[in-house]
Design a binder for this molecule. Structure first.
Ligand code: NIG
Ligand code: FE
Length: 414
């Protein structure tokens, strides 16, 4: 791998000092930039950067030198919440929603997650892998440089393991870091509708040990919601997962104030995700914890549900990340550029806050902050290069219009 020197960078964005773990409160609006810059990468990492006045003259003879002619550079998006392993799309539900059915009504009638789970039972593992790899590739092309992927469409021992093995293969073959989350507690399969404890026993006694043995998961997720998993059931599951070293990243308060946040905090969750139904009490409960609030504005857009109270969370000094939630039901899109724009438009986050939420805070929500999420010496050289931008704000302002011209992963053009 040859060293790479990028020159004539109009704006080099996201230059956070080494050791910056997560941003919260007013710090979220701080996106340090360098204008008229160069950036040097070697062996897959960021070696150095500076102003064009001081561009290095002594370089190894085999260094690739590339001028971006005034284009901007941003750290790759760190998308900390997705469900990209699935067997089939669900556009029929999209049409049902246009005609007036709600997400809950569709789910209660065997649609939703159960619809995806039924298709997962018969899906071929290598076909699942190929389809997920294609989605991953699309996301990388849109600037994503680290990704979390959940199971949760299996809902049986065999199918959950099948999904997690697909994620493991994606990890092995992906140019970007991937984290895997076990989400068997996504909904109760029909056969267990009346016997919740039997399904929980399957997860605790069979699935968790098997997942642990094969090293298939980094985190544990529960959909804590009315009609899905109760607070008590979530508590029981998170305690069991902790025995296997799996920390929680959970779905909470998507459709109602469920108590999911408080129970996740009790178990020291890395993140609580969704929070579309967030009242002042929920926000109050999150202060003085390290748990990240991960907001998913493209899910609100697609389901026509309320947007999370990002301003309330930021004003209460809670670290906020944003992620795609890419899945076949509530968010069939993995485009983080759109997520960043929606965070500005509908969460009323400033461009700097949105970009930080999608980079350094997203990395923290996957415990990857030491290697990703900012332009920092020693971090992995994952970033994207845009056209010349009149300002940072132009990126989210030009919503739905990609400004990306090149992707660099591990110090090489992708
Ligand atoms: O994050 N809320 C739970 N899970 C997914 C949607 C799952 C589905 O509809 O397939 C979400 O929105
Ligand atoms: Fe989700």
């Amino acid at each position: 791998m040859k060293p790479l020197l990028i020159r004539d960078i109009g704006i080099l964005a996201g230059i956070h000092p080494e050791g910056t773990a997560v941003l919260q409160g007013s710090m979220m609006a701080n996106l340090p930039v360098l204008n008229d810059a160069w950036l040097l990468c070697a062996n897959g990492f960021i070696l150095d950067f500076g102003n064009m006045n001081n561009i290095p003259t002594q370089l190894p003879p085999d260094t690739n030198i590339f001028s971006v002619n005034g284009g901007a550079i941003f750290p790759s998006w760190c998308d900390s919440h997705s469900h990209i392993v699935f067997a089939a799309s669900r556009e029929e539900e999209f049409v049902m929603k246009i005609k007036g059915k709600s997400y809950e009504e569709i789910a209660a009638n065997g649609g939703g997650i159960l619809n995806s789970a039924e298709k997962m039972q018969t899906a071929d593992e290598s076909e699942l892998y190929d389809a997920a790899f294609a989605r991953l590739n699309d996301m990388i092309g849109q600037g994503t440089g680290a990704l979390e992927i959940k199971s949760g469409y299996g809902l049986t021992l065999e199918s959950e393991l099948k999904m997690l093995r697909v994620i493991k293969r994606l990890k092995e073959n992906s140019p970007i870091p991937i984290k895997a989350t076990l989400l068997a507690a996504h909904t109760y399969p029909l056969a267990y509708k009346e016997s919740h404890q039997a399904y929980i026993s399957m997860i605790v006694e069979e699935l968790l040990p098997a997942v642990y043995q094969e090293g298939l998961a980094d985190y544990f997720d529960v959909f804590c919601e009315k009609g899905f998993f109760s607070v008590e059931e979530t508590d029981q599951l998170l305690a069991a997962a902790a025995h296997y070293g799996l920390k929680p990243k959970i779905h909470a308060n998507q459709l109602s104030v469920s108590g999911g946040v408080e129970i996740a905090l009790k178990h020291k969750a890395i993140s609580v995700d969704h929070l579309e139904a967030t009242d002042a009490l929920v926000i109050g409960s999150m202060t003085n914890h390290y748990t990240i609030a991960t907001l998913l504005p493209s899910c609100s857009l697609f389901l026509r549900i309320p947007y999370a109270n990002a301003r309330g969370l930021i004003d209460a000094n809670i670290p906020v990340a944003i992620a795609s939630d890419y899945n076949p039901g509530s968010t069939p899109s993995g485009n983080m550029n759109l997520v960043v724009s929606l965070a500005c438009i509908n969460l009323r986050m400033l461009p700097e806050e949105s970009i930080n939420a999608a980079t350094i805070n997203g990395a923290a929500a996957m415990e990857l902050g030491h290697e990703l999420g900012s332009i920092t010496k020693g971090k992995r050289a994952n970033f994207f290069i845009t056209r010349t931008l009149s300002s940072i704000a132009f990126l989210p302002y030009s919503f739905g219009q990609s400004q990306i011209e090149h992707i660099v992963l591990n110090g090489e053009f992708y």
